[in-house]
Design a protein. Structure first.
Length: 558
């Protein structure tokens, strides 16, 4: 891998590293590690895996993204955006399928970085990003209702609409103590920032509610509040590295989910790095960041983890607490590792309703409802893409939502670009006051001679412009001897435009009508000559400006 492609920020950050910077990174790393703990557990459980897999992902990804990525302050780990994808892949392909899909996604991310496609990810239309992010938020909220309210349900349907139908049918099974635990957790998380900016509300809620539930169980005999230990067996040992068995058939079947993981991971990590740049006044290397994310997603599943990406909330926590180099991200991973090895058994006492409350707050933050509502005032094409992506994410899955959203956005963009090209017919006289493609002297108008039609194309000559040109010509029933096409405002012409222009020339020649081009810029003329249209038209019929084109038309009409 060329050094110019992969340039980890860690290598440049440690060149001028000092004790003061280390102490700032150390404190930031410790705080971020504590903040990441409840989120890693919650994201792991919500994704359909055990809580320790969420922490392992945070440790591995946090270390590799910091050491190998292109941002000084990026914190990697499991995020809420992946919950829906990971849960769906496990349901359809099992844990083995998720491991392979994550490995493939890591390879795709590295390829994106090596091919220098990091900047292209930033051009994914904003309505798609808002649409699927809001859709994921609603989906996460929906998946947490059972645990939040302690509902007694044999099985929760995977379909969004069926989930809410099942909730409505089982509302009598709500456990009031679990519901109280979940709702109090949300209140604590919401109120904590008013008293402390350093201590995360999620950690306060977990500590307070875990102690509260233990006291209720010990002294009040209330045992209906489900905890992590009631559902999972907690292990505090690092698993052995395992490489899954690969086959071509399995790889083919997992291309779509792997691409979804890679695209979403790339978008979220680069968005997080961009936001961080604006705060610390730095510029991340997008291609190096993608390579770092790719490496993290290759190592994480081998060690028993799930997909990971850059986490905006944890990255901002890192910045706000003084982190300025990748060392803070490495410290955060080390803190999580120590907690995992020595304190993980205590996680079994955490109430499931409390974790559900944490994820409800996460989903609210992800929803971006203010951005969503603001976009509803945008042009109809943007609103269409937004709503389509949003509802497809909720009703079907993120893979379909991104694919259909991108196709729809591309089609609407093509339509909008086609509409920017104006084709008009000029009758009787040409106003020279607005013309810049000739030296007009004292003249203000040029008279169009009999037997000559003048058309002007204003904008790129590509798809759509040719059909519009033919529609305008069809309005005039008379058959001229010469058609002048003014192209002074045509910045470029594509293959579709060339094809339409060639067809127009051939059709006109069959009808005995000469075509004269006026004001062709050098770039467009070079394309015409490369495709031999100058031979079809005749080099004398390609003129620099309109007075020469009219003079040529007079010659042809005599």
């Amino acid at each position: 891998m060329e050094a110019t492609i992969w340039k980890p920020k860690l290598l440049t950050a440690i060149r001028k590293y000092d004790r003061k910077t280390f102490m700032a990174d150390l404190m930031a790393g410790i705080i971020v590690g504590i903040v990441a703990l409840p989120l890693a557990i919650a994201f792991g459980i919500a994704s359909g895996v055990s809580p320790e897999k969420g922490i392992i992902t945070a440790i591995v990804a946090g270390l590799i993204v910091a050491a190998c990525g292109g941002s000084k302050v990026q914190i990697g780990g499991p995020t809420g955006a992946f919950i829906v994808i990971v849960y769906g892949i496990i349901q359809q392909y099992g844990m083995q399928g998720l491991t392979i899909a994550t490995l493939m996604a890591g390879v795709f991310l590295i390829l994106l970085g090596v091919l220098r496609l990091g900047t292209i990810i930033k051009y994914i239309p904003y309505p798609i990003v808002v649409g699927f992010t809001s859709g994921i938020a609603v989906t996460i909220f929906t998946t947490q209702i059972k645990d939040l309210l302690g509902m007694e349900m044999a099985q929760v349907p995977s379909d969004f609409i069926e989930k809410w139908i099942a909730y409505a049918q089982n509302w009598r099974g709500i456990d009031p103590w679990s519901a109280l635990t979940g709702l109090l957790s949300i209140v604590i998380i919401a109120l904590t920032p008013r008293f402390s900016k350093k201590v995360p509300g999620s950690l306060v809620a977990i500590v307070v509610m875990t102690i509260g539930v233990l006291l209720l169980k010990q002294y009040a005999g209330i045992t209906s509040i489900e905890t992590i230990g009631d559902r999972f067996s907690i292990h505090s040992e690092l698993p052995d590295a395992t490489v899954p068995t690969l086959s071509w058939e399995v790889i083919k079947s997992l291309v779509a989910p792997a691409l979804t993981i890679a695209v979403l991971g790339a978008i979220e990590s680069l968005l997080s790095a961009t936001v961080a740049d604006g705060v610390i006044g730095d510029h991340h290397d997008s291609n190096t960041e993608l390579i770092g994310q790719g490496l993290a997603n290759i190592v994480s599943p081998i060690l028993g983890g799930i997909p990971a990406t850059g986490a905006i909330a944890r990255t901002m926590t890192n910045i706000n607490n003084g982190g300025r180099t990748p060392v803070a991200g490495i410290v955060h991973a080390a803190v999580l590792l120590l907690i995992f090895l020595f304190l993980m058994p205590l996680a079994k006492y955490i109430p499931m309703a409390c974790l559900a409350g944490v994820l409800v707050v996460v989903s609210y933050g992800m929803s971006g409802w203010r951005s969503f509502m603001a976009m509803m005032r945008n042009p109809k094409s943007d609103v269409t893409v937004l709503l389509l992506t949003f509802f497809l994410t909720i009703i079907f899955d993120l893979t379909i939502a991104i694919e259909v959203g991108l196709i729809c956005a591309c089609l609407l963009f093509m339509r909008r670009m086609a509409e920017t090209t104006e084709v008009r017919a000029i009758l009787d006289e040409i106003d020279l006051n607005e013309d810049a493609d000739m030296e007009r002297g004292n003249l203000e108008h040029l008279t169009i001679p009999d037997g000559v039609e003048v058309y002007e194309i204003n904008g790129p000559y590509f798809f759509g412009a040719g059909n519009r040109f033919e529609d305008i010509m069809a309005r005039y029933n008379d058959r001229p001897q010469v058609r002048i096409i003014r192209m002074r405002k045509v910045p470029f012409i594509d293959s579709t435009g060339l094809h339409n222009l060639e067809n127009l020339c051939l059709m006109s020649q069959r009808e005995g009508i000469a075509i004269v081009l006026s004001g062709v810029n050098p770039k467009v003329e070079a394309v015409l000559k490369k495709n031999h249209l100058d031979q079809l038209l005749g080099s004398d019929n390609i003129c620099n400006h309109i007075d020469l084109a009219l003079a040529r038309a007079r010659e042809l009409t005599q």
